[in-house]
Ligand binder design. Structure first.
Ligand SMILES: [Zn+2]
Length: 273
């Protein structure tokens, strides 16, 4: 197999990733918590940041999205406002009075030091409507499926993955107008950004590829307690992607797996002649 260009190393590629905990909820007993939404002209960001600092407002979780065309920023955050002697309503009023701040909303609906985001919906990831599922919950779903349907579950999961992989490949090619190998790289890089796993393309040739995957959500719930590799969903997903990339049938085999005690999962992709 010809070895292609390696994926660029990301900070997370060493397997010691930096967690990304996005705005959802915060629990800080004995603190005064609040949530804010701001829409502002990007030129006003400095004034907003300065005011928050002056009022000793500490952002706990947040995000900031810039709309380049409009020159507007959407900013959302959960904050500890204990350091300020104002309540959330006063703070929101002061923010509104800053020149260039177009809209402010707030919530101070916290319960015994717990505040849950209630200003933002839906959850968008990369501009696409998404929802989250805990790895542990997905593990429980898998365990139940295997218990009830045995090898039938493996087939169902493989087929689910296959369908997703195929449509993902088509959508990436349509969206970014890239060649097939680049599309594969984008999809694998996105798996990390979306929390699936950290995957690395170890080799890419005309008739096959090798992918090393760390922390795969599908195998993590079975870590160290299987005799055989356990991935069927992700194996199907890779099959779907590479069948699209190669324009022919491929076989994907998981040859190493964290479920049987190895430190990563490894997939061999072979095009069928
Ligand atoms: Zn595995």
């Amino acid at each position: 197999m010809r070895h292609g260009e390696e994926m660029k190393q990301t900070p997370a590629s060493n397997g010691e990733g930096i967690p990304k905990d996005f705005l959802c909820e915060a629990y800080l007993p004995r603190s005064k918590l609040a949530e804010f939404y701001l829409k502002l002209k990007s030129s006003s960001l400095e004034k907003v940041t300065k005011m928050l600092l002056e009022k000793k407002i500490v952002e706990i979780y947040g995000f900031q999205n810039l709309d380049l065309e409009k020159g507007e920023i959407i900013k959302g955050f959960l904050a500890d406002i204990s350091g300020s002697n104002e309540d959330a309503r006063d703070i929101a009023e002061s923010l509104k009075n800053i020149n260039g701040v177009l809209e402010v909303k707030f919530s101070d609906n916290s319960l015994d030091g717990l505040i849950i985001d209630e200003l933002f919906f839906p959850l968008m990831v990369g501009g696409e409507r998404s929802f989250t599922l805990r790895v542990e919950s997905f593990g429980a779903i898998l365990k139940r499926l295997y218990e009830k349907f045995g090898t039938g579950a493996a087939v169902i999961l493989y087929e689910m993955g296959l369908g997703m992989g195929e449509s993902k490949f088509k959508s990436v090619v349509n969206k970014y107008h890239v060649d097939k190998q680049t599309a594969v790289k984008i999809i694998l890089a996105e798996r990390s950004a979306k929390g699936w796993c950290i995957s690395q393309l170890e080799g890419y040739g005309k008739n096959g590829a090798v992918i090393v995957v760390r922390e795969l959500f599908e195998c993590l719930p079975f870590k160290n307690n299987q005799e055989r590799p356990i991935s069927h969903f992700f194996r199907g997903y890779l099959t779907g992607i590479f069948q699209q990339a190669y324009g022919k049938s491929v076989n994907v085999t998981e040859v190493e797996c964290i479920a049987k005690g190895e430190s990563f999962c490894k997939f061999i992709i072979q095009a069928v002649k």
